[in-house]
Design a protein around this ligand. Structure first.
Ligand code: IMP
Length: 190
């Protein structure tokens, strides 16, 4: 396939880089939560690839549960969350680790943490694989961060663009051809 036809303009993180970082995150989480029987909570669907790898990197007992919310770009204001699927377990008195794929403005996470805190967990911390700190609109405590990313739209390793590209084993920036399909090639600077 010619380079210009590739949907990915450049690879930001390789499969090996992600694998090494996820292993390190798992080891840190296992050390901090030993004996606490933590509950890992993820938001469907972007987190599934990270969660599947992270779980296998945590060699202590824990349980896992998922929420589903209305997706990014849906007809809601930023930070406004519509719960499509609630947790199946009670989190009262549990040590909860909220596992995120990506935090950018932080508005979604802020809303979800407030909701979960009302359920009185013993503790509530966040592990995000990707962080875009330059886009943050609310202050959020992130206990574990995999990688800081620049302000670019990325796909792969569970992250999508219109539900596509989640299966890429690396993280890449989408080419302008995909993001701006109507633009003439001479208008696309990079
Ligand atoms: P926030 O409320 O702005 O922090 O939204 C975070 C959510 O937006 C993440 O959980 C992702 O689902 C989505 N998101 C943000 N940036 C990207 C990106 O570059 N690629 C794919 N999804 C993204």
């Amino acid at each position: 396939m010619p380079a210009s036809a590739s949907p990915i303009s450049d690879i930001l993180l390789t499969e090996a880089q992600i694998r090494r970082r996820v292993s390190a995150l798992g080891a840190a989480i296992a050390a901090d939560y030993a004996g606490l029987d933590p509950l890992l909570v993820g938001v469907l669907r972007g987190v599934i690839v990270f969660m599947a790898d992270l779980m296998r990197a945590i060699p202590i007992p824990f349980t896992v549960d998922f929420l589903a919310i209305s997706s990014y770009g849906a007809q809601v204001r930023p930070g406004q969350v519509r719960l499509l699927k609630d947790l199946e377990s009670s989190i009262e008195g549990r040590h909860v680790l909220f596992v995120e794929d990506m935090v950018d403005t932080g508005l979604t996470l802020h809303t979800l943490l407030r909701m979960l805190n009302e359920r009185r967990p013993a503790s509530l911390h966040v592990c995000t694989l990707f962080d875009k700190p330059r886009l943050r609109l609310v202050k959020l405590p992130l206990r574990y961060v995999g990688f800081e990313l620049p302000d670019r739209y990325v796909v792969g390793y569970g992250l999508d663009y219109h539900q596509q590209y989640r299966n890429l084993p690396f993280v890449g920036a989408l080419s302008a051809q995909v993001l701006l399909p109507g633009a003439a090639p001479e208008d696309l600077a990079s």
